[in-house]
Design a protein around this ligand. Structure first.
Ligand SMILES: *[C@@H]1O[C@H](CO)[C@@H](O)[C@H](O)[C@H]1NC(C)=O
Length: 184
């Protein structure tokens, strides 16, 4: 039973890894431009419909504009004076290389204040430990030792963490079904 669970989790994590390197077209056909007010959705509404993982990329396409990666404070105030990174080549592919939040604004005067700004939250690769005391056990427990039985191999998996694993697997499964549907 436990080894089945372990195999299942390993297979799920491989599936997730295989399915996760994805390039997102920022705001789809709208691209990266100053909102006119007639858009169906804001950049953050677009982002909320997607699930971003480490190594996924964002493709910004734009004309006479720029993409600035900024801090959360500079995002909030639309401060373009000191960006972390800056691109203005019209077609920018930006790799999400860590979990957590990324903040993007336009460098064109007034564009950010008009709504040309985007927050992307990248998923953590593993469920967080249930409590600080359990955190050091997370890494070694990833390789089951073959000793003991049942749930004792997975002491760090709280029910919340199990739910996260399930939702990751569901996402990978949906990706698989879509792939089969498209190519078979
Ligand atoms: C923008 O950021 C710079 C450097 O981070 C800072 O010196 C400046 O005061 C900020 N401007 C505004 C309007 O907040």
């Amino acid at each position: 039973m436990a080894s089945k669970a372990a195999t299942f989790l390993l297979a799920a994590s491989f599936a997730i890894t295989a399915a996760s390197a994805f390039q997102f077209e920022v705001a789809d056909e709208i691209g990266w431009s100053k909102p006119t007010g007639k858009e169906r959705e804001t950049y953050n509404e677009w982002a909320a419909q997607n699930r971003f993982h480490i190594r996924d990329t964002l493709h910004f396409h734009y004309a006479k504009d720029s993409v600035l990666v900024v801090t959360s404070a500079d995002y909030l105030t639309c401060n373009a004076t000191n960006p972390i990174a800056e691109f203005d080549d019209g077609s920018t592919v930006y790799e999400l290389d860590r979990p957590g939040f990324f903040y993007f604004i336009s460098g064109q005067p007034g564009h950010c204040k008009s709504g040309q700004r985007l927050i992307v939250r990248v998923m953590h690769p593993l469920p967080p430990a249930a409590s600080p005391e359990l955190a050091p056990e997370l890494a070694p427990s990833l390789a089951p030792t073959g000793e003991g039985d049942g749930d004792s191999r997975w002491p760090e998996f709280s029910s919340t963490a199990k739910l996260s694993v399930v939702s990751y697997f569901v996402a990978a499964f949906v990706a698989l079904v879509v792939t089969l549907y498209l190519f078979v």
